[in-house]
Design a protein around this ligand. Structure first.
Ligand code: ZN
Ligand code: FE
Length: 248
C-alpha cells in the first residue's frame, strides 16, 4: 500500500491511499488532481474520507461521487455527499485498499472535526500540523488542547498525514515560542532542505512532533519562559501559544 500527497490549491495535500488497483482519497478539496492521479495510475476510487466541512477539504466530493461510492465524514457536520456519517469510536473498514481505521473526534479547528487512525497512519486534517496546529475557528483552546493530547498519545512511530504544507512557517513560530530546542533546530534545517528541493515535509511522525511541535510541548520550560507563564496549567499555556501564533 502506498500513500501519496496530491498537492492542491496553494498549500493543501489531498492524500491518496492505494494498493495499485483501488484508491481512497482523504479530504478531496479539488477533484481535478484526484481524477488525474487515478487516471495516470489506472486506479479505481473505492472510498472518500473527509475530516471536516471546510471547502478546501470537501470541494471535490460532488464531482468524484458516484452511486455506491462510500463517502465517510463527521456526523456532527453538514457536508453534502457524505453517505457514512461517523462519530468518535466508529471504525471504517475498507477491503481494497485494506484499511481498518478508528475514528477520533478532535474538536477545535471545527466542532465536528474527526481524525482517522489505523494501519500505522493518522489522517488528522487541520487539527495537528507539522510543528503546528489548526486555528480555532469553531472550538475552544480547551477542546483543541484535549484533541491534540489524544493524538499525541498515539504510538510515536505513527505516520502523520496533515492536510497542509505549513511546516516552515510553523517552525519559524516554534523558534520564537521555544527558543531552546536543539532537536527542533536540526529538524528545521532538515525541513528547509526538503522544501528547497521541492519535496513535501509530510508525512511526519508523532515522536518527531512530540519533540519539535510547541503545541504538544506546553510543559516545556523554554515555551513557558517565552510566554512568561511559569505556573499556569498546560491548557492555559496552549491557549497562550495559539493566541500568539494567530498574530505572529
Ligand atoms: Zn480547515
Ligand atoms: Fe484546510
Amino acid at each position: 500500500m502506498e500513500i501519496i500527497p496530491l498537492p492542491a490549491f496553494s498549500d493543501n495535500y489531498l492524500w491518496l491511499i492505494h494498493d495499485g488497483r483501488h484508491a481512497v482519497v482523504v479530504d478531496p478539496g479539488d477533484d481535478g488532481p484526484v481524477a488525474r492521479a487515478l487516471a495516470e495510475r489506472g486506479l479505481e476510487l473505492a472510498a472518500i474520507l473527509v475530516t471536516h466541512h471546510h471547502a478546501d477539504h470537501t470541494g471535490g466530493i460532488g464531482a468524484l461521487a458516484r452511486p455506491g461510492l462510500p463517502v465517510y465524514g463527521p456526523a456532527a457536520e453538514r457536508i453534502a455527499g457524505v453517505t457514512h456519517p461517523l462519530d468518535d469510536g466508529d471504525r471504517v473498514m475498507i477491503d481494497a485498499p485494506t484499511l481498518a481505521l478508528e475514528v477520533m473526534a478532535v474538536p477545535g479547528h471545527t466542532l465536528g472535526h474527526i481524525a482517522y487512525y489505523g494501519n500505522g497512519a493518522l489522517f488528522c486534517g487541520d487539527t495537528l500540523f507539522n510543528a503546528g496546529c489548526g486555528r480555532l475557528f469553531e472550538g475552544t483552546a480547551a477542546q483543541m488542547h484535549g484533541s491534540l493530547g489524544r493524538l499525541s498519545a498515539l504510538p510515536g512511530e505513527t505516520r502523520v498525514y496533515c492536510a497542509h504544507e505549513y511546516t516552515l512557517a510553523n517552525l519559524a513560530f516554534a523558534c520564537a515560542a521555544e527558543p531552546d530546542n536543539p532537536e527542533r533546530d536540526r529538524y528545521h534545517a532538515h525541513c528547509r532542505a526538503l522544501r528547497d528541493q521541492g519535496q513535501p515535509t509530510l508525512p511526519t511522525d508523532l515522536a518527531t512532533q512530540r519533540a519539535v511541535n510547541p503545541f504538544l510541548r506546553c510543559a516545556s520550560a523554554s515555551v513557558r519562559a517565552a510566554l512568561a507563564m511559569a505556573t499556569e496549567s498546560d491548557e492555559q499555556v496552549f491557549a497562550g501559544l495559539r493566541a500568539w501564533k494567530d498574530r505572529f
